[in-house]
Ligand binder design. Structure first.
Ligand SMILES: [Zn+2]
Length: 185
């Protein structure tokens, strides 16, 4: 296995991922550097070994920060975070789509004085966005399923848990809990 395929899952000091979506992963180089700077603890390792004249070590597969990093209280207002708030679901037809098929819709159109803010922007698929056009929800008879609101970092973090990445190393599973319903042993 190439070291390039050995990213490390980065946990906060409370052993929860720094970020669920996108999942917080560091390249093996960054992970090893952080180990030597004593900024992280190694929680789990790959079988893959790297060697230099003075050193031999197994690549870390899970690391945890020694110092807790608090979540940002106010998430950045970005397209991605709007989609994440709305769980990648079109707020008009209820369909789920990958990010590249989604747009964002101004509930009150900009041409009617609507602003580009958390409270006036929702996730919409291309069809619904086109169908609604420059009309208000009342005129178009299209109403967003959930209101537009400024989400907390916690809400985005929780929503992110619903989107597991394509690749999961087995050593990461204990820290991710993608299936929130754990089977009793
Ligand atoms: Zn739609």
């Amino acid at each position: 296995m190439s070291p390039e395929n050995c990213p490390a899952l980065v946990l906060n000091a409370d052993f929860r991922p720094l970020s669920y979506f996108p999942l917080s992963l560091w390249s093996w180089q960054d992970a090893v550097k952080a180990v030597f700077l004593e900024r992280v603890n190694i929680v789990s390792e790959y079988d893959r070994v790297i060697r230099s004249p003075s050193l031999e070590m197994r690549l870390p597969s899970v690391i945890s920060l020694k110092e807790f990093v608090p979540a940002e209280r106010r998430p950045a207002f970005t397209r991605f975070n709007v989609f994440l708030r709305d769980r990648f679901v079109c707020q008009y037809c209820g369909g789920g789509y990958p990010a590249h098929d989604l747009t964002f819709d101004h509930i009150v159109p900009r041409s009617r004085g609507g602003r580009t803010t958390w409270c006036n922007v929702v996730t919409a698929c291309g069809c619904c966005n086109l169908a609604k056009g420059n009309r208000t929800p009342g005129e178009a008879k299209m109403f967003p399923r959930h209101g537009a609101f400024e989400p907390s970092a916690r809400v985005l973090q929780e929503n992110g848990r619903g989107f597991p990445p394509n690749f999961l190393h087995e050593s990461w599973r204990d820290f991710l809990y993608w299936d929130s319903e754990l089977e009793p042993a």
